[in-house]
Design a protein around this ligand. Sequence first.
Ligand code: ADP
Ligand code: UDP
Length: 239
Amino acid sequence: MLTKKEKIYEGKAKILYTTHDPATLIQYFKDDATAFNAKKKGTITNKGVLNNQMSSFIFQFLEKNGVKTHFKEKLSDREMAVRALKIFPVEVVIRNRVAGSLAKRLGLEEGRKLQQPILEFFYKSDPLDDPMMSETAPVALGWMTQKEVDHVKEQVWKINQLMTKFFDDRGIDLIDYKLEFGKDAQSNIFLADEISPDGCRLWEKGTGEKLDKDRFRRDLGKIEEAYEKVCKLICEGRP
Ligand code: ADP
Ligand code: UDP
């Protein structure tokens, strides 16, 4: 049985542990919630359990559809076995509609439809508040090769097609979301981290009700209910 050996990292929402297998880590999902780069802190009861369940389901869905992810196995309510990766210091944001920082930056109304998805790269850096950067920056700075950037972008478009349909089938509009990628010891690239309402904007079709972390960021209340609703729709929806 896979068990936790040593805590190697504690982040804002998850803890990473080594295991007896150097190629495998355990991701532990906490209930802690942060926003605005941890300037706002709180707890969302049961979030860790729900995010582990939703992420596990979505990673398996993506794997079935030919996307390589770090997911190995759901071990318990809050634990997931994942491939040990070196994460690129890049957050990839995919936008299917205008919202959040894009609305602010360009002075646009939230909810506006786009002619095609927008892809944005951010530098994963807490001290710098994750600044946006050019997609040519990771190669220029020696963080990724051009081949790696091209591969990640190719995967991102594929993931977006799968994910928009996945959520659409469940009565949810996938507005925008953040993805992280990393590579293993053999330099194979995998989708990593989590896919949950913490890192996705999810609006209920028809009502436009926000079912994601914006309920926490913007003090909209009923946060737990929203996460539970999404979890039900994801896991009890179509396979
Ligand atoms: P943060 O670091 O932003 O506070 P989390 O609390 O979610 O975020 O911490 C999880 C950390 O684990 C993130 O920094 C993420 O990049 C990293 N991570 C995710 N998947 C893997 C993986 N498969 N291997 C190594 N690190 C990973
Ligand atoms: N996002 C994230 N982590 C970050 C930044 C953004 O998960 O550090 C997600 C966020 O939940 C949203 C999308 O990426 O679904 C786009 O976020 P945006 O740039 O609009 O920033 P925000 O206004 O949410 O801070």
